[in-house]
Design a protein around this ligand. Structure first.
Ligand code: 16G
Ligand code: ZN
Length: 552
């Protein structure tokens, strides 16, 4: 380590005095102007992580659905998954170190993690379309090069695309080509194969309006659309040519305001969807003939996907276990429908993809979605092997179902192992012995899966929506002096501190029918979030308001 050079370059990316940031649920996030030093330092950290794992590490510059003025950064581990928890702590430590302590912190991390500093390092970088992202990703590159790391800058990418690149590079191309064309080809091939089998191929199933949140999703869908246009034609809105990123549009806006994005003209019963600013979330919606807006959120997406997968398994004659993972935000109606009608076990975890992902890996097929539209399905190695055998051996109908399942696995961007997992995973990388894979939720791949299922089942958007009726709900955010005074348990559904808060919430909830409410400190913003649902919108609004008063 050339400590002199690090000190010299670090001074060019100086930390503002007194600024303390935390590596949160999705990395660092704050106003872009406060992030230069964090970017430089994450470049340094990515090199250390790369040396330790002897693998390529990813760095993504984005603040997802947050306002255009914000930015953020997160590291992507060797199998395309979220950074390991111990390294999140190192990231926080390094980001907050005062200039004179930088060298010591870097040496500390290297010693604690037994990093061989002679080892080569390779880092890949991607960024979203924010005006600040280009310069900030240059600061990441400065950090990488000053520690002697090599890098490839992919420039503009969606977050899931960067995960894909990391995964492909670390598996020697067995999974797919680590290029943008490789990504497009892989997904489109599976989609076109799948939709070929759809008997309902009228126009109704073949066109979709997409609100791209004025973000990266627009650029990438535009590049990709001709690869899958045989099966689907997309009409893009909020493509960044006029509006501001995430402003009055995008998945987060639509979900939290429960209304359509601006800048999109919707005719009745037209199928529409919204991506978020880095294209890892998706929600669907439509206007009915009376002009009422209907939101189809992550819960209903999980329901559609899990019921389709279950049907395919029945067809093939495999009794594999399938489970759905949700968070406290899942609408009560969705949980009831999954458990009581579909007879699928449902589990609740804390908010944040890493928690859901972890739980979903316990099943042969684990479908996980946050209500906000962030999710995917995971398939165990055993499933893949069985499906592969079935696709080769079974007769007609069964073989067709097995083939469909194979293509769905590909479309979800899931690793295909052919059974020989351990022989080609980066040999030196095994944090917890788990076969962790990437596929952490991708708006483009989720969109293609959903479109394929609707076409194959011949479902209209209204029929999909009619699976169950959402309980009216409301989300609010509350500014408090210190959100950390609130701590929770039971997958964030119960408040432990401050004393008396949970009792107060219980009393309020009792006043309404079919009601439920919880509070939790945000992992991405300096606010406390309140969620309430009840039998009417008015009751849900009242309950949310009353609970937010109890938070003070
Ligand atoms: C991040 C999470 C998302 C979660 C959200 C909650 C990832 C990749 N993203 O965006 O899953 O829903 O945070 O934000 O894990 P909150 O803690 O501010 O409510
Ligand atoms: Zn996002």
């Amino acid at each position: 380590m050339d400590l002199g050079a690090i000190t010299k370059y670090s001074a060019l990316h100086a930390k503002p005095n007194g600024l303390i940031l935390q590596y949160g649920t999705a990395g660092f996030r704050t106003k872009a102007e406060h992030l230069d030093h964090v970017m430089f330092r994450m470049g340094l950290l990515a090199v250390l992580r790369s040396k330790q794992t002897k693998s390529t590490i990813g760095v993504m510059v984005t603040a997802s659905h947050n306002p255009e003025e914000d930015n953020g950064v997160k590291l992507v581990d060797p199998l395309g998954e979220m950074l390991a928890p111990s390294w999140e702590e190192h990231a926080t430590c390094l980001a907050n170190a005062e200039e004179q302590d930088m060298q010591r912190v870097l040496i500390d991390i290297s010693e604690k993690e037994a990093v061989n500093l002679q080892q080569d390092a390779f880092v890949v970088i991607g960024r979203d379309t924010r005006p600040s992202s280009e310069k900030l990703s240059q600061s990441v590159i400065d950090g990488v090069t000053v520690l002697g790391g090599q890098f490839h800058d992919y420039g503009l990418l969606t977050t899931p695309q960067l995960h894909y690149m990391v995964y492909c590079r670390n598996t020697g191309g067995r999974y797919g080509k680590a290029t943008i064309e490789g990504y497009y080809q892989k997904l489109s091939k599976a989609f076109v194969e799948l939709t070929k089998q759809a008997s309902c191929s009228g126009d109704e199933y073949r066109s979709l309006k997409v609100d791209c949140a004025n973000g990266i999703g627009a650029l990438k869908l535009r590049e990709m659309e001709h690869y899958f246009s045989q099966g689907l034609s997309v009409q893009l809105f909020n493509d960044g040519s006029k509006g501001k990123l995430n402003h009055l549009c995008g998945a987060d806006f639509v979900k939290s305001h429960q209304k359509p994005p601006q800048g999109m003209e919707i005719k009745s019963n037209e199928r529409c969807c919204s991506f978020d600013g880095d294209a890892d979330r998706i929600v669907y919606y439509y206007h009915d003939a009376d002009g009422h807006f209907h939101l189809i959120d992550g819960d209903k997406i999980a329901t559609l996907i899990s019921s389709f997968l279950k049907e395919l398994l029945v067809e093939i004659g495999e009794s594999l276990n399938i489970g759905v993972v949700q968070t406290a935000y899942a609408n009560g109606s969705s949980t009831r429908y999954l458990e009581e009608v579909m007879k699928v076990p449902v589990y609740c975890t804390k908010t944040g993809v890493k928690h859901l992902h972890h739980k979903a890996q316990e099943f042969d097929i684990g479908v996980y979605f946050e209500a906000n539209g962030h999710g995917t399905a995971l398939f165990s190695t055993a499933v893949e092997m069985k499906i592969k055998q079935s696709a080769e051996q079974l007769e007609d109908k069964k073989r067709k179902a097995a083939k469909m399942l194979e293509n769905i696995i590909d479309l979800f961007n899931q690793v295909r192992t052919d059974g020989a997992v351990d022989s080609w995973l980066p040999l030196h990388y095994s944090e917890d012995g788990q076969n962790r894979v990437w596929a952490a939720g991708d708006a483009i791949s989720d969109m293609l899966v959903i479109e394929a299922i609707l076409a194959l089942k011949g479902l209209t958007v209204q029929q999909w929506d009619a699976l169950y009726t959402d309980l009216p709900n409301r989300q609010l955010k509350v500014q408090v002096a210190d959100r950390r005074v609130i701590s929770t348990t039971d997958a964030e559904r119960q408040a432990v501190t401050p004393p008396g808060l949970q009792e107060a919430i219980n009393d309020l909830v009792k006043k309404y029918k079919l009601s439920r409410a919880f509070v939790r400190p945000s992992g991405t913003e300096d606010v406390v979030r309140v969620y309430a649902e009840a039998d009417s919108q008015e009751s849900a609004d009242h309950l949310a308001h009353e609970v937010s008063l109890a938070v003070f």
